[in-house]
Design a protein around this ligand. Structure first.
Ligand code: UD1
Length: 419
């Protein structure tokens, strides 16, 4: 297994570009199951989750080809299979995004239940109840969800809580249903709006994506399209926090300020200078970071996917800060690893108290999930001495060429290849 060796402390300085958003690319790739014409997706990041989704699509008869600018998908005729096998779903929860489109296209689909994962139980009950509201008959047996509906029919569904992939699954299913569908309490993440933009190019009729209420008028078929995936706000946010952490100066050339409002507000309040007038976002850090409490929330709130990185930053500040995780119940696995580097953090339920300032010291640490791993890398950049982050495959799921981008910013980072 690969590891990353980081020599700290470093002051990050320079300019990089964020890749296309992983979390927008995954549903966009799944949308190719809804039609038989080619889909050209630009700015698809070359990360492990995307490769897993391409393998899943291949299983459903969608051929793909990566070119210089992105990925071309050739769905061909009807998908030859209707089942997403456990071997693929267990490595990537987002495989569940095949359920809505397959059901809409074929009238039946069988997808392995994702099961628990490192950051909590994460059920898919909302996806299933929503599909039932569109007339699907859903059964759970032998660890698989089987859904059937000769033709989905429009309906009304109100999510109990905003779920990102749940909203995406339902939108995709409703595009080919008869009549109109109204979805309420939807996730408002920019990735949902980006999926709707692609589907609209394919001929779908969708209104309100990016707001809490989305209306979809079903059509008989969808066609090919060309679409550029939005820049990855979480990747951009990670490098900006890296700039803050190391009192550096970082520009993310193509970052979209309107997607990062909550983070930029917080970084401004803790003492960083932010220039979001464009192009991109520029952050100038300070050695005198102030502490600031944060609670994660669905978009436009502070993203749970930046909580771990922000916690690493809070170890640098004078005084205590409280970080509350409200989206996932078990998303503090980075805490014991940060503690190995000297951080003082105590946890009570979904609340972490970080006491700073800490002079972090390099250590051997273990990556546990995607964003937790990113926080350890940031801590390693600020720490004195050598940090080795083990199990980098977690990072490779969602960060494209992280070590090269960090090197561009002046970091001393090296990948140690595993056997
Ligand atoms: C997506 C993102 C992930 C991000 C998360 C929250 C993708 C591929 N992944 O994950 O990076 O951390 O949004 O911003 O886009 N829930 C239920 N029942 C359901 C569905 C969700 O109880 O049927 C709960 C979850 O357990 C969680 C909350 O709702 O507590 C939000 O989860 P959700 O938005 O669905 O996360 P994902 O779409 O899996």
């Amino acid at each position: 297994m690969d590891r990353l060796r980081i020599e700290g402390p470093t002051r990050l300085a320079g300019s990089i570009r964020a890749g296309g958003a992983k979390n927008a690319a995954l549903p966009a790739l799944a949308a190719s199951l809804l039609c038989s014409e080619p889909i050209e997706l630009l700015s698809v990041p070359d990360v492990r989750d995307v490769r897993t989704m391409l393998r899943l699509l291949e299983h459903f008869g969608v051929a793909s080809e990566r070119g210089a600018e992105g990925v071309t998908l050739r769905p061909g005729g009807e998908p030859p299979a209707d089942d997403a096998p456990y071997e693929l779903v267990k490595t990537m929860r987002a495989s569940v995004l095949a359920l809505g489109p397959l059901l809409a296209r074929l009238g039946h689909a069988r997808v392995s239940l994702p099961g628990g994962c490192a950051i909590g139980v994460r059920p898919i009950d909302q996806h299933l109840a929503g599909l039932e509201a569109l007339g699907a008959h859903v059964e759970l047996e032998h660890g698989y969800v089987t859904a059937r509906a000769p033709r989905l029919r429009g309906g009304c569904y109100r999510f109990d809580m905003p779920t990102v992939t749940g909203t995406e699954n339902l939108i995709m299913a409703a595009t080919l249903a008869t009549g109109s569908t109204r979805l309420e309490n939807c996730a408002r993440e920019p990735e949902v709006a980006d999926l709707a933009a692609l589907l609209s190019r394919m001929g779908a009729r969708i209104e309100g994506a990016g707001t809490a209420t989305i209306e979809i008028e079903g059509v008989d078929s969808l066609g090919g399209a060309r679409h550029r995936i939005i820049p990855d706000r979480i990747e951009a946010g990670t490098y900006l926090i890296g700039g803050a952490m190391t009192a550096g100066e970082v520009r993310v050339e193509n970052a979209e300020p309107s997607h990062l409002g909550a983070l930029l507000e917080v970084l401004d309040e803790v003492g960083c200078q932010i220039d979001a007038a464009g192009p991109g976002i520029c952050l100038v850090g300070t050695p005198e970071i102030t502490s600031r409490d944060v609670a994660t929330a669905p978009h436009p709130g502070f993203p749970t996917d930046l909580q771990a990185q922000y916690m690493a930053l809070m170890t640098r500040t004078r005084g205590a800060s409280i970080i509350r995780e409200t989206v996932f119940e078990n998303r503090f696995q980075h805490v014991p690893e940060l503690a190995r580097m000297g951080a003082e953090i105590s946890i009570e339920g979904g609340r972490a108290e970080v006491r700073g300032p800490t002079e972090l010291s390099g250590a051997n640490v273990m990556a546990t999930d995607l964003r937790a791993s990113a926080s350890l890398v940031l801590a390693g950049l600020a720490a004195v001495g050598t940090t080795v982050v083990d199990r980098v495959y977690h990072l490779d799921r969602g960060y494209e060429a992280m070590e090269s981008k960090l090197q561009l910013l002046g970091a001393r980072v090296e990948r140690l290849r595993g056997d």
